[in-house]
Design a protein around this ligand. Structure first.
Ligand SMILES: Cc1cc2nc3c(=O)[nH]c(=O)nc-3n(C[C@H](O)[C@H](O)[C@H](O)COP(=O)(O)OP(=O)(O)OC[C@H]3O[C@@H](n4cnc5c(N)ncnc54)[C@H](O)[C@@H]3O)c2cc1C
Length: 438
């Protein structure tokens, strides 16, 4: 059982392990509760902390990519997960890939050998007393997930991701696309018009494109009728898309004055307006196929994707509604969420949200105010996404250039732009560390 001087962390995955480490290194006593091997998830296979459930790649590892910027920040903040990754790395070109057993073994050893950390193996089924961190991940055990759903409210708790692809605004060809809402209302949409020939070719490409494989435990997941993958809608008849998400009525093309045969609409995806998602385009197609097929849409021929569409099992909260901007559950004093369940997506994004939750609990425990992370950093940008996105369109997000504030000057190519964003991020983090974290 948890001692009164301990901070409880539920879940010993990437986020929970990182949070435990950050707290313990600052002298706090931690009780880390992991349900494996007493109970397990459909994807985990070992009882180790920080187990990677799928790929052994943690993505690109230099400042010319957003994932590299996040790694730089995590290393700067003495992340245990990054230490384990560097210790267990295997050759993978410009990416950082790891031997998954060495990686998880390293994390497990470090945590179990730490004098401030006590590990318990049991499933948590009730909301823990504060101070605590919930880091139970995208495959949170069913009983606890139900408990969380009751606390957050049904409509703000998701069991499944159905995400449409997101593109960078400045890669949309606005000579072909046009701004405007249906029947002249809400001009916030970008419309990509198709003629009959383009539409038919596009539908055929959708129907023959390769789909991403599903995990065994996801095979029985049935789609909601209101949220069908775009390729499934296309398979229901040649006109189904044209009477569904690609409906052209009320959207005349200003250059011809006529209604196109079909229209793909894009909606703003972040507060800064640098990202737009393809409305109704949730999809299970492989990423390479999305790149090929969705670039057939007029105006998107050269579009760059900030993230691809996915449909998979994933438990997460509607962060802008449920959390207070610092990963704390609204209405609580010191009950934080961490990891993928907060609405970020990816191994290192989850790790980062574990690190942040750990530091924020420490601030609470010390009776200090939680500082605001600089928006120039990858971590600050992810937090801002979780706090400021319109709850109606909120969906999980990975780290990408579109969530960072733009640079004052336009820089091409993208890798150089990213490097400048990365250098700015690390400068801001150093300053933040000196003024707020030390
Ligand atoms: C099948 C699948 C594949 C993925 N593949 C990738 C990928 O290739 N690359 C990528 O970047 N991201 C991937 N992700 C997304 C995500 O990055 C990982 O799931 C990541 O592990 C999330 O970290 P986390 O700490 O939030 O959760 P986890 O690492 O899953 O940790 C949560 C921990 O909580 C424990 N737990 C759950 N419920 C309870 C409870 N009630 N009581 C006690 N303990 C509990 C679990 O056993 C687990 O150890 C994948 C996700 C899934 C579901």
């Amino acid at each position: 059982m948890r001692r009164s001087d301990e901070i409880l962390i539920v879940g010993g995955g990437l986020a929970g392990s990182e949070a435990a480490w950050q707290l313990a290194q600052r002298g706090y006593s931690v009780c880390l509760v992991e349900m494996r091997p007493v109970a397990t998830t459909p994807a985990h296979q070992t009882d180790m902390m920080g187990e990677l459930v799928c790929s052994n790649s943690l993505g690109a590892d230099n400042l010319t990519s957003p994932a590299g910027i996040l790694k730089g920040e995590l290393r700067y903040l003495n992340s245990l997960i990054m230490e384990a990754a560097d210790h267990s790395s295997v050759p993978a070109g410009k990416a950082l890939a790891v031997d998954r057993n060495v990686f998880a073994g390293y994390i497990t050893k470090k945590l179990s050998g730490h004098p401030q950390i006590r590990i318990e193996r049991r499933e948590i089924t009730e909301l823990p007393e504060e101070p605590a961190i919930i880091a139970t991940g995208p495959l949170t055990s069913p009983i606890f997930a139900e408990r969380l759903r009751q606390v957050t409210g049904q409509e703000y708790f998701s069991f499944f991701d159905a995400i449409a692809p997101v593109v960078f605004y400045d890669t949309i060809d606005m000579n072909k696309a046009y701004q405007g809402g249906r029947y002249g209302q809400q001009a916030d949409y970008i419309n990509c018009p198709m003629n009959e020939e383009e539409y038919i070719k596009f539908c055929q490409a959708l129907l023959t494109a390769e789909q991403a494989p599903r995990h065994e435990f996801e095979k029985d997941v049935r789609y909601f009728e209101g949220c069908l993958p775009v390729e499934v809608i296309a398979s229901r008849g040649i006109d189904t898309l044209r009477f569904g998400p690609l409906r052209p009525v009320g959207l005349p093309n200003p250059s011809t004055g006529a209604e196109p045969y079909a229209v793909v609409q894009l909606r703003q995806d972040n507060a800064d307006g640098t990202l737009f998602n393809l409305v109704g385009f949730q999809t299970s197609l492989k990423w390479g196929e999305q790149n090929r097929v969705f670039r057939m849409i007029p105006g998107l021929e050269n579009a760059e994707f900030a993230r691809y569409g996915v449909m998979h099992r994933n438990i997460y909260v509607n962060a802008p509604k449920v959390l207070d901007g610092s990963l704390r559950l609204r209405g609580s004093k010191a009950l934080f969420l961490a990891g993928q369940i907060t609405g970020v997506e990816g191994y290192l994004e989850s790790t980062a949200m574990g690190l942040v939750a750990g530091l924020h609990v420490a601030f609470c425990a010390a009776g200090l105010q939680i500082p605001l992370w600089p928006k120039e950093t990858a971590i600050g940008s992810l937090l801002r996404y979780l706090a400021e996105t319109d709850p109606k369109v909120f969906h999980p997000m990975n780290v990408n250039l579109g969530i960072f504030p733009s640079l004052d000057v336009k820089i091409r190519p993208k890798s150089l732009r990213c490097q400048k964003v990365g250098e700015r991020a690390l400068r801001a983090l150093e300053e933040f560390d000196k003024n707020c974290l030390k």
